[in-house]
Design a protein around this ligand. Structure first.
Ligand SMILES: C[C@@]1(CC(=O)O)c2cc3[nH]c(cc4nc(cc5[nH]c(cc(n2)[C@H]1CCC(=O)O)[C@@](C)(CC(=O)O)[C@@H]5CCC(=O)O)C(CC(=O)O)=C4CCC(=O)O)c(CCC(=O)O)c3CC(=O)O
Ligand SMILES: NC(=O)C1=CN([C@@H]2O[C@H](COP(=O)(O)OP(=O)(O)OC[C@H]3O[C@@H](n4cnc5c(N)ncnc54)[C@H](O)[C@@H]3O)[C@@H](O)[C@H]2O)C=CC1
Length: 218
C-alpha cells in the first residue's frame, strides 16, 4: 500500500472548480467556501438547494452547462463531482495534463487528491483519511475524536497563537525564544480554560509581556 501525502492547502482567493451540482458538489463547495476559495460551479442544473442559493446571492459563480475541455484553464484545483463516471474520468485526465489538482468523487483513487473527514476547533484541524477503507470509517473515528478534543481547544489554540506571536515579536535571541516556547507548551492552560479561570484572569497583552519577562532567563 502506498501512503498519500497529507498537506494543508491555502485556497484563499484561488479559483477552485466544481463540476456537478448535486449533494457531493455541495459538500465540496461548502468546505472550499470556508477555506476562502473563489468558486465556480459548472453543471447543467443545480440539484442542491444550497448551491442554488449561493449562485443566487453571487457568492459562487455558476455556469449552467455541461463540462467541456478548456474549463480547467486557470484553476488551482477541481472537483469532478458529476454522476457520470466517464465525465469524471475525462476531467481527471484533462486536469492531470494541465497539472491541476483533481478530486474524483466517483472513484477516489483516480484523482490526485482525496478529502479527509475534518474535525475543527478554531485553529486546530484534525484530518482523518483511511486509504480506501471507506469514508464512513473516517467519520466514525472523527466522532470519537470529538469527545477527546472538546470546544476548549479553540480557546487553547488561540492562547498558544497569541503567546507564540508575542514571543516572536518581543524576543530576538534564539536561545531565549526556544526556552520560552518550550515553557509555553508545558503550561497547563487547557485545565485553566476548563475550570473557567481563564475568563476571570485573561491573558491580556500586559500579562503576556509580564510572563515573557519572568521566563526569558533560566
Ligand atoms: C476517496 C474519497 C474521495 C473524495 O471524495 O475525496 C471518497 C470516495 C467515495 N466516497 C463514496 C461514498 C460516500 N462518501 C461519503 C462521505 C464522505 N466522503 C469523504 C471522503 C472521501 N470519499 C474520500 C476518502 C476519504 C477517506 O480516506 O476516508 C468525506 C470524508 C469527506 C468529503 O467528501 O468531503 C465525506 C464525509 C464528510 C463528513 O461527514 O465528515 C458518503 C456519506 C454521505 O454522502 O453522506 C458516502 C456514501 C456512503 C458510502 O458509500 O460509504 C464513494 C462511493 C460512491 C458511489 O457509490 O459511487 C466513493 C468512491 C470511492 O470509494 O472511490
Ligand atoms: N466522494 C464522495 O464523498 C461521494 C461520492 N459519490 C459519487 O459522486 C457522484 C455524485 O454524487 P451526487 O452529488 O450525490 O450526485 P447527483 O446526482 O446529486 O448530482 C450530479 C450532478 O452532476 C451534474 N452533471 C451531470 N453530468 C454533467 C456534466 N457532463 N457536466 C457537468 N455536470 C454534470 C448533474 O446536473 C447534477 O447536478 C455519485 O455518482 C457517486 O459516484 C457519492 C456519494 C459520496
Amino acid at each position: 500500500m502506498a501512503y498519500e501525502l497529507p498537506v494543508m492547502l491555502n485556497c484563499e482567493g484561488r479559483l477552485c472548480l466544481i463540476i456537478g451540482g448535486g449533494k457531493v458538489a455541495e459538500r465540496k463547495a461548502s468546505a472550499l467556501r470556508e477555506a476562502g476559495a473563489r468558486l465556480r460551479v459548472i453543471s447543467p442544473l443545480l440539484k442542491s438547494a444550497r448551491l442554488a442559493e449561493w449562485a443566487d446571492d453571487g457568492s459562487i459563480e455558476w455556469k449552467a452547462r455541461a463540462y467541456r475541455e478548456g474549463d480547467l484553464n486557470g484553476a488551482f484545483l477541481v472537483h469532478a463531482a458529476t454522476d457520470a463516471p466517464d465525465v469524471n474520468a475525462k476531467i481527471a485526465a484533462d486536469a492531470d495534463r494541465l497539472g491541476i489538482l483533481v478530486n474524483v468523487a466517483s472513484e477516489g483513487s483516480s484523482g490526485s487528491f482525496t478529502n479527509p473527514a475534518v474535525l475543527r476547533r478554531g485553529r486546530l484541524t484534525v484530518a482523518i483519511a483511511t486509504s480506501g477503507a471507506g469514508p464512513m470509517a473516517s467519520v466514525t473515528i472523527k466522532e470519537q475524536l470529538e469527545h477527546q478534543f472538546g470546544e476548549e481547544y479553540e480557546a487553547y489554540l488561540d492562547f498558544l497563537y497569541r503567546m507564540r506571536t508575542a514571543i516572536k515579536d518581543e524576543v530576538e535571541l534564539p536561545e531565549q525564544r526556544r526556552r520560552l516556547l518550550h515553557k509555553l507548551y508545558r503550561l497547563d492552560i487547557l485545565e485553566e480554560i476548563r475550570r473557567g479561570d481563564n475568563a476571570n484572569a485573561p491573558w491580556d497583552p500586559d500579562r503576556i509581556k509580564q510572563w515573557i519577562e519572568q521566563n526569558r532567563e533560566e
